[in-house]
Ligand binder design. Sequence first.
Ligand code: FES
Length: 124
Amino acid sequence: MTKHLVGKADDLPPGSKHIITIGGRSIGVYNIHGAYYALRNLCPHQGAALCSGHTTAFVTSSGPGDFSYECEGEIVRCPWHQWEFDIKTGQMVVDPKMRTMTYDVSVEKYDVSVDEEDRVFVHI
Ligand code: FES
């Protein structure tokens, strides 16, 4: 497994995402409430750029007119046919057997001559 620099942690604040290309693979790196996740930018349905879709919440309902939002910022909705995926696991919300690839992410100190800065790395 090789680690690849994504960028400064300060440039990827909570609620943001950054799409990078590593070895020809497009990958979306997300900061969800201060934790980082990386997801293949490829929808398993028909190949859309999944990470270009809206980041949203999981909507639940106990009946007509009643709904609530859960897991705010943890769901990405594919821009082509609106299938939704859990960013943390890569699994489709309504059918967890369907999934896209996920990657490990680490945050490490990076020595920049005088200052140390946190940098985000994806491991492939
Ligand atoms: S290509 Fe993503 S839902 Fe169809």
